[in-house]
Write a protein of this length. Structure first.
Length: 981
């Protein structure tokens, strides 16, 4: 094999379109090996010559070039050598080619390398995919929001005559915000409900697979069948890490990047006109994957802003947008709060059962064909796999994660016992894959000696992963960059010929391993970010004990490094059985004294997260961390992250120590503290402790207990609550059963119930698209039931059925109808609502017209006699960047007006305005200023340090300050690390 000459100049030649077509038609070998990459300029194509390339690479690219030439030739035959815009027929033909390319790319899930079989493992995604449950995001740090708390207090104080109105107001908050019961819905149901959707999830929760499934489904025009969405849309899937890399080179809009990405990474040039036409027609589903994978905080914030601009422009035309991110790190650069946020939940027993059935069936049919024997064997294998998973609670916990469940299925197929810890599962998977890889290398003629055993292979893979994780924020590198880094690694390992061994290693990775793959045009990386993090952790774990903490200290609270830190602790304590080493590592983290330790408590929270992985830390340190965690729960502004940390301790002995300081809160009825405590004990699955509260004399306590039991899917425990004496508690139970689509339990609630309960049932059936069950509710005698029916129908295909509600005698129903028709841009239908006699209806109309950028129509609303209308107008003009129109609101007497204006100016980065608002006499205005700073970097850290109002604000404001500090310090530390590098 010839030596590589990585720095050799690449010759350029120009081939006309006619030449290209002739080359394609001639099918000559010479014509098919003329180049590597292709760029288009006018009527010519520039092809980079292969001269000077390594022989292996030349053969590789020559083989890959022919289908590229074929696609380009077909495209240019369609478009011709014209400079004019493509015709409708051209675009239709191009769309067909594009859809076919998407189908080819996403129709199968491949598992290269893990099993040695007669054929590659490629299972059909459409048959294998299981839609997991998700929950609508709740407010941070509180089971109920401040608005809901105030209403609860007013309900206790109000006389009987005011109860019905206050209950309806509280019910509206429950529906529109986050409910006392977190809504558990199939994630594809959430997709139907909203034009814009933010999907959060833990590593391996299935975020990217969800987007691939949606891409395939819409590319095949199968949404009606698979998703119950009778829509034909053009899917556009892009990784935001790639957008981040492009922005680091040159500013560009998201729209400009879409076509560029497919041209550069998928050899599909010329798609921009197609994307533009489809977006303008409102028929696109834009899928944006992995906001968290953009490592730079500055670029991540810039992407969030650009995506929001894109959403504002294109969703009003009818397009849909779905964005995914890991949970950790998301709040440092979040999307706008008004976008619906859903968090993917772990698989429950039903999803695990469904996945294992579909997995085993697909695998056996692939191996044996569609025969009765294959179907019988699939059923038997599924029973064995499902039994093995449920035989050990720790394994069952791992199986809740879709990625880990897939690995468990692959491992079980090998006949191996299933491990109970996450780090053990990764280790077994990596060993199995690398052993399989080495067997494949041996069969292919390579000599497998000591340098190729699993341990030595890890010694190469681990430092390579750590380099990628540290030096390449998007997780990819060019082939030549990988080769240079491998050369360095093999040199340090004293290889006899580092250059040759590095190249051979890369070649073998491409041919036999399922770990490192080419994720784009000359963009190499690990097949899943989790494996990069695992091998990076292996690299940190082998460092001398005194160097481990020093290596991760600069990244200690960088969200992109949390998995590496957790897995490092697991590698030391579990795989290396080094209890002393793991204890020292965790103790260093626990005592790191990171910035603002008395406010943020980040070191304790990270140490507690490590305990949740059961990494083998000494009992004395475990007890200390668990007790401190429980005591920290009483600090209200960090209550939510404490609850998350406690949830990770379920099944471990130290859980009781963490809960012990919180037990008194269950009986603390002052200020509703016991409601938050109920949530903690629910997350901790302490059902026997909570069961008596289902019959507590206080209805708010019973309601919170129902929420906890339903979140844990303890349906039998809450069935009797459907007959509770309190209509509010019955409503909560109906919402819970409706969110899980258990229609049989709540069908009777549609009739013969109070209006409050009936409206909850109507809304639940609407979310499940059970239209015929609730059509009658559009004419119900109750205002709240009609309102729920309008909102429900407004999310579905029969939204036009609510038009009579625009003239309903009750303002609540009219407002809901205005929101529906505004979302569908039916301006003539709702213009009259701008002068409705009710302020809430006018406010809804102003918001709708503002979203549609009809500024003149809503300008009079800035001087409306009612503040709620003026606030809506301020928000609308602020979103549109009309600052002078809303500047007077900064001096308004009403603090609500000032806070809305501050929020608007914050989104526009008017820092001189926001700085003044930090010292406003109103806590609500200060909250708005703090929240504005939380979304942006410099110079916020210094400003927060001098923020005199911190000691004065209430508990709800403190959590905003906490979130702000956490986000700002993350950016500050990331900047320090960047400067050191």
């Amino acid at each position: 094999m010839a030596d590589e000459a990585p720095d050799a100049p690449l010759a350029e030649t120009t081939i006309t379109v006619a030449d290209l077509v002739r080359a394609f038609q001639s099918e000559s070998a010479a014509a098919r090996t003329t180049g590597v990459s292709l760029t288009i300029s006018g009527g010519t194509i520039n092809i980079t010559n292969l001269a000077g390339r390594d022989l292996y690479q030349q053969n590789e690219y020559s083989e890959a070039l022919y289908p590229i030439l074929e696609r380009m030739a077909r495209y240019f035959v369609l478009i011709g050598e014209r400079e004019q815009q493509p015709t409708a027929a051209d675009l239709a033909a191009l769309e067909q080619l594009y859809r076919q390319q998407l189908i080819e790319a996403h129709r199968s899930l491949t598992f290269q390398g893990i099993l040695q079989t007669n054929q590659p493992i490629a299972l059909p995604l459409a048959e294998l995919y299981v839609a997991g449950q998700s929950t609508s995001e709740m407010g941070e740090g509180d089971t109920v929001s401040p608005e809901e708390r105030r209403l609860i207090v007013r309900l206790h104080e109000a006389g009987p005559t005011k109860h019905e109105h206050l209950e309806q107001e509280l019910a509206l908050l429950n529906r529109r915000r986050w409910n006392l019961t977190p809504r558990r819905v199939d994630i594809t149901t959430a997709l139907r409900d909203y034009r814009t959707l933010v999907v959060l999830g833990d590593p391996g929760a299935g975020k990217s697979t969800l987007l691939r499934y949606l891409t395939l489904t819409f590319a095949e025009d199968a949404a009606a069948e698979r998703l119950n969405m009778p829509e034909s849309r053009l899917p556009i899937l892009v990784p935001l890490a790639a957008y981040g890399a492009a922005l680091a080179q040159q500013p560009r809009s998201l729209f400009e990047f879409l076509g560029q990405y497919y041209a550069e990474q998928h050899e599909l040039p010329g798609l921009t006109p197609l994307f533009g036409e489809a977006l303008d027609s409102g028929r696109v589903l834009v899928l944006l994957d992995g906001l968290d994978e953009v490592q730079s905080s500055e670029i991540r914030r810039s992407i969030a802003e650009r995506v929001q601009t894109f959403i504002s422009r294109y969703t009003q035309l009818g397009n849909r947008v779905v964005l995914t991110s890991r949970i950790v790190g998301y709040r440092a650069a979040p999307m706008a709060a008004e976008f619906p946020h859903y968090t993917l939940l772990d698989f429950g027993p039903a999803e695990i059962d469904r996945f294992t059935r579909q997995w085993c069936r697909a695998f056996e049919l692939m191996q044996r064909g569609d025969t009765r024997h294959a179907i019988r064997e699939a059923a038997a294998e599924q029973r064995r796999l499902f039994t093995a998973i449920n035989a050990n609670p720790s394994v069952a916990k791992l199986a809740g994660n879709p990625l880990l469940l897939t690995i468990l299925a692959l491992i079980h197929r090998q006949g191996k016992s299933l491990p109970r810890r996450r780090i053990e599962l990764y280790d077994l998977y990596a060993r199995t894959l690398l052993e399989s890889w080495n067997r494949a290398r041996s069969l292919s003629g390579h000599i497998v000696g000591k340098a190729l055993d699993v341990l030595d292979t890890v010694k190469v893979m681990a430092p390579l992963a750590l380099w990628l994780h540290s030096a390449r924020p998007d997780g990819t590198a060019r082939f030549a960059e990988l080769q240079r880094e491998l050369r360095r690694i093999f040199t340090e390992r004293e290889a006899s010929d580092p250059e040759r061994e590095a190249l051979q290693w890369l070649i073998d990775v491409r041919e036999h391993s399922g770990l490192l793959v080419e994720r784009g045009a000359d963009a190499w990386g690990f097949i899943h970010r989790t494996f990069q993090e695992y091998f990076a952790a292996r690299a940190v774990a082998v460092l001398p004990a005194e160097e481990r903490f020093a290596r991760i200290r600069p990244h200690l609270h960088n969200p992109g490094w949390q998995e590496v830190i957790l897995l490092t602790a697991g590698q030391i304590g579990v795989m290396n059985a080094d209890e002393a080493g793991a204890t020292a590592f965790v103790r260093s983290i626990h005592g790191a004294n990171s910035l603002y330790p008395d406010i943020l408590h980040r070191d304790l929270l990270l140490a507690a997260a490590i305990l949740g992985d059961d990494v083998g830390v000494k009992p004395s340190l475990t007890r200390t961390i668990a007790r401190e965690l429980g005591e920290l729960w009483w600090t209200g502004h960090v209550r939510e992250p404490v609850v998350v940390a406690i949830s990770g301790l379920v099944g471990l002995e130290c859980l009781g120590l963490a809960l012990e300081p919180i037990y008194p809160a269950l009986n603390d009825r002052a200020g509703g503290v016991h409601l938050d405590a109920i949530k903690v004990f629910g997350v901790a699955q302490q059902w026997e402790t909570l069961r008596p509260l289902l019959s507590d004399p206080d209805e708010w306590t019973r309601q919170a207990a129902v929420a906890a039991f339903s979140a844990g899917q303890q349906w039998e425990a809450i069935r009797p609550v459907l007959r509770d004496r309190s209509k509010r508690v019955r409503r909560t139970a109906v919402e819970a059963f409706g969110a899980s689509q258990q229609w049989g339990y709540i069908r009777s609630a549609l009739t013969g119930e109070t209006a409050l309960v009936r409206s909850a049932a109507v809304y639940a059936f609407g979310r499940g698209q059970q239209w015929e069950m609730i059509r009658f509710a559009l004419h119900d005698e109750s205002v709240s039931v009609r309102e729920a029916a309008v909102e429900a129908f407004g999310t579905g295909p029969e939204w036009a059925a609510v038009e009579p509600a625009l003239d309903d005698p009750d303002w609540e129903v009219r407002r809901a109808a205005v929101e529906v028709f505004g979302a569908h841009q039916q301006w003539d239908k709702i213009r009259a609502a701008l002068s409705d006699h009710d302020d809430d209806v006018r406010s809804a109309a102003v918001s709708a017209f503002g979203a549609g950028e009809h500024w003149e129509a809503i300008r009079p609303a800035l001087s409306d006699p009612h503040s709620v209308v003026r606030r809506a107008a301020i928000s609308a003009f602020g979103s549109g960047g009309h600052w002078e129109a809303i500047r007077p609101a900064l001096r308004a007497e009403d603090p609500d007006m000032r806070s809305v204006a501050v929020t608007a100016f914050g989104a526009g980065e008017h820092w001189e305005v926001i700085r003044q608002a930090l010292f406003d006499p109103s806590a609500r205005v200060r909250d708005a200023a703090v929240t504005a700073y939380a979304a942006y970097p410099t110079p916020a850290l210094a400003l927060i340090a001098e923020f005199a109002g911190f000691a004065q604000v209430d508990a709800y404001s403190q959590r905003l300050v906490w979130a702000t500090l956490a986000a700002l310090i993350e950016r500050y530390e990331a900047q320090q690390v960047s400067e050191e590098d």
